[in-house]
Write a protein that binds this ligand. Structure first.
Ligand SMILES: [Zn+2]
Length: 424
């Protein structure tokens, strides 16, 4: 069934005020790690209202441990980690099936003094919606849902099975995306509308998260501490050593086919630190938590071994026992998304028609959920969405005009990929 493209564009436009309102509500949920349930329950009710079959479950209900792409979990209660898969089905599927996936977990807001607004109160300024999660990536979730609404407004539904999935854990493990696959959801393609500036992810870095528990030699501050005896000061030595390792990897990256053109694509982030108990005592402990990017082609066991060797060498220089090293989150492979899939060809066509110009690929120096579908489960996966800025910062914002275009791109993609049939 061919759809009138102008009519579809108008149908997206007709629903856009409602979409912005809906997105504001979604941004209003503090869906940081461990707090996703209220947000997911609201989404589940929205999906049910659209006549989709809703599967709401928690991560502890799915045997994900040890599955391909699994990341170890600390400090998280998976009995509270709610995931939602909503499914549209037709009696006689005709087209190709599709997964539309978005994550609703958001990163912590950080220092409150740096925010000009309540992070969880959406605010629109000059056509940009501000708020934690507005860009990463609740806007994309709204695009998935309202693309299907626009088709429905014209009297159509997809002619094949479509799973609308909202997951958590994208920002720390990817185990939410993994759970949908372990639970059995599959399709002929997957589309994740992260805010990519109307480009497609061609390659992305992986990442590993780890923790060092550094022990010192406690004593009164009046005794001068030997190198390595002061757990907090020793942490600065480990940071410097890991920065040196990162510099070495970035030299290797200069020859990488997808990341060679980017200066220092591999990032080391000592993101969290705590230690010590008393200002009159040399601190006896310090915990340092870090993230290191992983280039496509660098195997995770090798990267972990290099981190461990770096830590051990630093400990030897300090004359202390090596700190305990544990892997506490992301163990994500870097990945290249092979060009030339039929799904990408369809996306390129609809992108050109709606946004204009050819569909460009981007080498992403971060990690998304896309790898699960493509790399671990063999489902052609596209990560594509509109313009945003300030991700993970207090200035996070999404360009609403661009979001409307993304919604239209997805609606057209669904029409072409899945085919359409009259809504019942
Ligand atoms: Zn994201």
């Amino acid at each position: 069934m061919d759809i009138d493209e102008r009519a579809l564009s108008e149908a997206v436009a007709a629903g856009f005020a409602e979409q912005v309102e809906w997105l504001s509500t979604l941004v209003g949920f503090d869906s940081t790690r461990g707090n996703e349930a209220a947000c997911q329950d609201w989404l589940a009710s929205e999906y049910a209202a659209r006549g989709w079959q809703v599967d709401r479950y928690t991560l502890d209900q799915v045997p994900i441990e040890g599955m391909p792409g699994y990341s170890p979990v600390v400090d998280a209660d998976y009995s509270r980690a709610v995931q939602v898969v909503a499914t549209h089905r037709v009696a006689e599927p005709a087209g190709r099936s599709l997964i539309l996936q978005g994550h609703i977990d958001v990163v912590p807001t950080g220092a409150p003094e740096l925010w000009e607004q309540d992070p969880f109160e959406a605010r629109i300024v000059d056509g940009w919606m501000h708020g934690r999660g507005a860009a990463d990536m609740k806007c994309g979730v709204s695009a998935m849902v309202f693309a299907l609404d626009a088709l429905r407004r014209l009297g159509y539904v997809p002619a094949s099975t479509v799973h609308v999935e909202t997951v958590s854990e994208e920002e720390c493990t990817g185990n939410g995306a993994l759970s949908t696959l372990v639970r059995g959801y599959r399709a002929d393609a997957a589309l994740i509308p992260e805010s990519m500036g109307h480009r497609i992810i061609r390659a992305e870095l992986g990442s590993v998260w780890f923790r060092l528990r550094i022990l010192g030699q406690p004593g009164h501050v009046l005794a001068s501490a030997a190198p390595g005896a002061h757990a907090i000061l020793a942490a600065t030595d480990y940071i410097a050593a890991l920065q040196q390792l990162t510099a070495e990897i970035n030299v290797e990256a200069r020859h990488h086919p997808y990341f060679g053109a980017i200066e220092n694509p591999v990032k080391f982030n000592p993101g969290k630190i705590r230690g010590g108990d008393w200002l009159g005592s040399v601190p006896s402990w310090c915990e340092l938590e870090c993230r290191l990017s992983v280039l496509p082609g660098h195997a995770l066991p090798e990267v972990r071994a290099r981190v461990a060797a770096t830590v051990e060498a630093c400990a030897a220089r300090l004359g202390t026992a090596a700190p305990a090293l544990s892997w506490i989150g992301f163990q994500a492979d870097g990945h290249v998304f092979g060009p030339g899939t039929e799904a990408e060809a369809v996306l390129a066509r609809v992108h050109s028609a709606v946004v204009g110009g050819p569909l460009e690929g981007v080498s992403l120096t971060a990690t998304s959920d896309t790898r699960f579908y493509d790399l671990y489960y063999g489902i052609p996966a596209l990560c594509y969405g509109g313009h945003a800025r300030g991700m993970h910062s207090p200035t996070e914002a999404v360009d609403l005009a661009s979001l409307q275009q993304t919604t239209e791109v997805i609606a057209r993609f669904v029409a072409e990929w899945c085919g359409l049939t009259a809504a019942g």
